[in-house]
Design a protein around this ligand. Structure first.
Ligand SMILES: Cc1cc2nc3c(=O)[nH]c(=O)nc-3n(C[C@H](O)[C@H](O)[C@H](O)COP(=O)(O)O)c2cc1C
Length: 120
């Protein structure tokens, strides 16, 4: 457990991905965050992604955003929900939807830019 906490403490930015389970963050993802606190997360920049079996929506992402605000992390406004994840990737695990790929590129760019701005 110390490993997980130290890894987050040492990171400048965080990529947090969750499956959507029953319209929210998965229990495992929430539990992993509950093992962290202000010490690890305050001032940290985070980017959020969700994967869903159904259509894309923002339910899990919104809930994750609330949790991170609670511990004073900075979550970038861009976010990506990968709907119908079972058919979103080819056999080499590449995204099939070019527009979704471009959205992910913009999301990654924003995460890097905001991490540099907020963390110096
Ligand atoms: C307990 C459970 C609840 C789920 N709830 C949702 C849901 O609310 N909305 C949705 O689109 N998919 C839902 N799914 C499908 C997962 O989001 C989907 O399988 C996900 O892409 C990959 O998670 P997995 O690797 O744990 O299956 C659910 C799956 C499980 C196992």
């Amino acid at each position: 457990m110390a490993c997980w906490q130290a890894a987050v403490r040492d990171a400048d930015g965080l990529i947090l991905v969750t499956p959507e389970y029953h319209g929210s963050v998965s229990g495992v993802r929430k539990n992993a965050l509950d093992l962290l606190g202000f010490e690890e997360l305050t001032g940290k920049v985070a980017g959020l992604i969700s994967v869903l079996g159904g259509q894309s929506n923002s339910n899990a992402l919104n809930d994750l955003r609330v949790t991170l605000r609670w511990v004073h992390a900075w979550v970038i406004p861009e976010q990506v929900a990968i709907g119908q994840a079972w058919k979103a990737f080819d056999s080499e695990e590449k995204l099939l939807d070019d527009k979704l790929g471009e959205r992910l590129d913009r999301w990654a760019e924003s995460l890097v830019t905001h991490t540099q701005k907020l963390r110096g």
